[in-house]
Unconditional design. Structure first.
Length: 751
């Protein structure tokens, strides 16, 4: 790019001050006139028959307005996903499924009454895990799996194509992605490594639990939904579909989001809306931490077997993958995403990937930042590391030798566009941590690579100039990671104004131009083209107005510092506000300064990363202490390096946490650690310094050459941690998280 004033420069996030001061308005802060408070009652059993619900004691609590069940709200509709599920009726399918809702004048009254609700369950046998699902004759869905027209995975830019499985099996979907003959190639390979890698279920651990307020409209069926969501249009579709409403009657107002990471796409919105419409009163539901962890959509558990072969030179010749993905009670569509990356990081002519998505009596799984990829790359990158050791090759050079480039196939067969995986590895080779990785007692350095193909969607934006000089940018996107702060810079750069004079107007589904959901790292590359188009049209309008005002040729007009002037003529200028007043105040003139931009890029802008981790392993206890972390990422072009580095830091920390700390624990089908006291993740004192190294290899598709940013940094951390443990302690971790007990046992077995 040519020299810029604002783009590519570090600038603070536009809503940072209100969040630091505590003035940002979250859903839980809403108090509407006549608003009631709802509390869900969740099943403690993974599978049970509902015999009876006795609400008399709950209804006797002062302030209680109603106790509602599936008979009151479901309307005979069958849920096909967690967002379309209201209340259990007849049978409970997972521990944490909402069975009833207590509604009262205050939250405390609703909670007191919910504790008194008497529910008679007949406990039934349950399919508790993937092993049972594939071998047990009991079926999660004896009558067939409820299906929908779309996959939730598509919201995150993943390759889906999910087909319904055999209705007489708990294997919801079995898919094979293949090229060449992997079996023959591995049989003739010089060296073959094999391993089976297990990943725990993981919760997204956002700070703000799910929260929704629903307010009925003037006429029946109309409703406004205020919600903490990553995608307002997705929520509108889910609510309308679940309740049989017209999408046009469902207005979704996105609120400030206190963390999402793929989890906030309307899980309780339809339920709260149904309660509000049933009672014809505004209703608010804010889940407690335990409720949130029991009833929402975590990342799935996986078991992935990898066989990987190479010739004597280190070139990969065969890859065979068998992956079991435990989805809970509903399908999601992780398989295509997992296969894309596990079979698409390295050149290999002979690949076979079999994926099984299985159903169990557990909460349905969903997206967590690069869904399925950290799990896939833990298996692949551990295998690559073992292959390098077996061959006696440098692990970085082996990766460089085989790394994919533009035109090489992904795991599902589609070609990659131009990508920067090799550029990241080359930068890693130069990094001081890699250069100084010589063995130190009980310390080791691990390397792993990761990436994300990224989604992209059409988007619109409206830009207008007010008479006071304020430039307002109207968007329909939800800002969960600072994306609007980058959009402001695009407008400022185009119009030659200070970013502080640009105001973002985030619209509802009624008032905002269409934009994709904030998932799959697709918003920046999808929306920035529309913002650029709208601001360029406004620039042209301003140049025309200034040319008329100065009676000069428009090519001689320059815009700078919020003013227009004739180039080379000192002392004569006019503000953008004055030009806007001129445009909208002149009879027969051009009218207000306003323009709509639309964009639909032709392809994705994948992002790749190489990560280094240095750890110390205590030989007496197996405790792993992370000492240093490096995230090297190709972002194409960093619109705002400060925000890009923030994404890299956050994703790296989450990947490290998957490797060392996080995991949902179950006894049978029941979650035993549904709170932040027992669900372990690192605090700031547990994280090492993280060095974010930005690589800029411009994308052929992303506006300004920008690539996706948010997803890639989480994809390699867990694998890098496992490889660092291998380097430090000489043991291969094959199950995450790598707890001290597990590492200690492995060291004892090694002797």
């Amino acid at each position: 790019m040519t020299e810029t004033t604002y783009l590519g420069k570090r600038r603070r996030i536009i809503d940072g001050l209100e969040k630091v001061r505590g003035t940002a308005r979250y859903t839980a802060d809403l108090n509407l006139a006549g608003m009631l408070h709802a509390r869900p009652v969740l099943s403690p059993y993974p599978h049970a028959r509902l015999r009876a619900i006795n609400a008399s004691a709950a209804l006797s609590v002062p302030g209680v307005v109603a106790v509602l069940t599936g008979e009151d709200l479901n309307g005979g509709r069958t849920a096909h996903s967690r967002p379309s599920m209201l209340l259990a009726q007849g049978e409970v399918q997972f521990a944490g499924q909402p069975v009833a809702v207590v509604v009262a004048a205050t939250e405390a009254q609703a909670a007191d009454a919910a504790a008194l609700l008497d529910i008679d369950y007949e406990v039934l046998e349950s399919v508790d895990d993937a092993g049972a699902a594939m071998t047990d004759e009991r079926l999660v869905w004896p009558q067939g799996v409820p299906s929908a027209d779309t996959s939730l995975a598509s919201l995150h830019g993943g390759e889906t194509g999910a087909q319904g499985g055999d209705t007489r099996s708990n294997i919801d979907e079995r898919r094979t992605f293949a090229r060449g003959d992997a079996g023959a190639a591995l049989a003739n390979a010089h060296t073959v490594v094999e391993g089976t890698y297990t990943n725990s279920w993981i919760h997204q651990a956002y700070l703000e639990p799910h929260a929704v307020v629903a307010q009925p409209g003037i006429r029946p069926g109309q409703v406004t939904v205020y919600t903490s969501t990553q995608g307002q249009y997705a929520v509108r579709g889910e609510v309308a579909g679940a309740l049989g409403l017209r999408e046009g009657d469902v207005r979704v107002e996105p609120m400030t989001v206190g963390g999402g990471f793929g989890a906030k796409y309307g899980i309780i919105d339809a339920l709260v809306t149904a309660v509000a419409l049933h009672l014809d009163r505004p209703v608010r539901m804010v889940l407690s931490r335990s409720e949130d962890m029991l009833t929402t959509m975590p990342a799935p558990g996986t078991v992935i077997r990898v066989r990987l072969g190479a010739d004597e030179t280190g070139h990969l010749v065969g890859l065979d993958v068998h992956a079991v993905i435990e989805n809970g009670i509903f399908r999601f569509g992780h398989a295509g995403i997992l296969a894309t990356l596990i079979g698409g990081m390295y050149r290999c002519e002979n690949v076979s990937i079999e994926t099984l998505e299985v159903l169990t009596h557990r909460a349905p799984t969903g997206a967590y930042r690069a869904p399925g990829v950290p799990q896939a790359l833990f298996a692949l990158e551990s295998s690559i590391d073992e292959l390098a050791r077996t061959l006696g090759h440098d692990p970085l050079e082996l990766r460089l030798l085989n790394a994919v480039e533009g035109g090489d196939p992904t795991g599902t067969g589609r070609p990659w566009p131009d990508i920067g995986l090799k550029a990241c590895l080359e930068r890693a080779r130069e990094h001081p941590l890699w250069q100084s990785r010589a063995a130190r007692p009980h310390e080791g350095v691990g390397l792993a690579v990761g990436g994300w193909p990224g989604g992209f969607s059409p988007a619109g934006a409206v830009c207008r100039v007010d008479t006071d000089g304020t430039v307002r940018l109207h968007v329909g996107s939800v800002d969960i990671s600072g994306v609007h702060s980058s959009m402001v810079l695009i407008v400022a750069e185009t119009l030659g104004i200070d970013p502080e004079t640009v105001e973002i107007v985030q619209g509802s589904t009624d008032s905002g131009p269409y934009a994709p959901a904030s998932g799959g790292s697709q918003v920046t590359i999808s929306l920035s083209g529309a913002v650029l188009g709208a601001s360029q049209q406004v620039r042209e309008q301003l140049l025309d107005l200034a040319a008329t005002h100065f009676e000069a040729h428009r090519d001689d007009i320059e815009l700078s510092g919020g003013q227009a002037r004739v180039r080379g003529v000192a002392g004569q200028d006019v503000t953008l506000g004055q030009l806007a007043r001129l445009g909208q105040g002149t009879a027969g003139g051009p009218g207000p300064v306003v323009a709509e931009g639309r964009a639909a890029i032709k392809g994705g802008a994948p992002g790749f990363t190489a990560q280094l981790m240095r750890v110390r392993v205590d030989p007496e206890t197996g405790h792993v202490t992370p000492l240093e972390a490096v995230c090297i990422q190709d972002v194409g072009y960093a619109l705002n390096p400060l925000l890009v580095e923030g994404q890299m830091h956050g994703g790296t920390a989450q990947g490290l946490s998957m490797g060392l700390y996080e995991g949902l624990n179950f006894e049978g089908g029941t979650l035993t650690n549904p709170n932040f006291l027992e669900y372990v993740f690192p605090t700031t004192t547990d994280l090492p310094p993280i060095d974010a190294v930005i690589v800029e290899r411009p994308s052929e598709h992303g506006p300004f050459g920008a690539r996706i940013v948010g997803e890639p940094p989480i994809t390699a951390g867990a694998a890098a941690i496992a490889n660092a443990i291998r380097d430090a302690a000489g043991v291969r971790v094959t199950s995450l998280p790598a707890t001290p007990e597990q590492v200690w046992r492995l060291m004892q077995e090694r002797g």
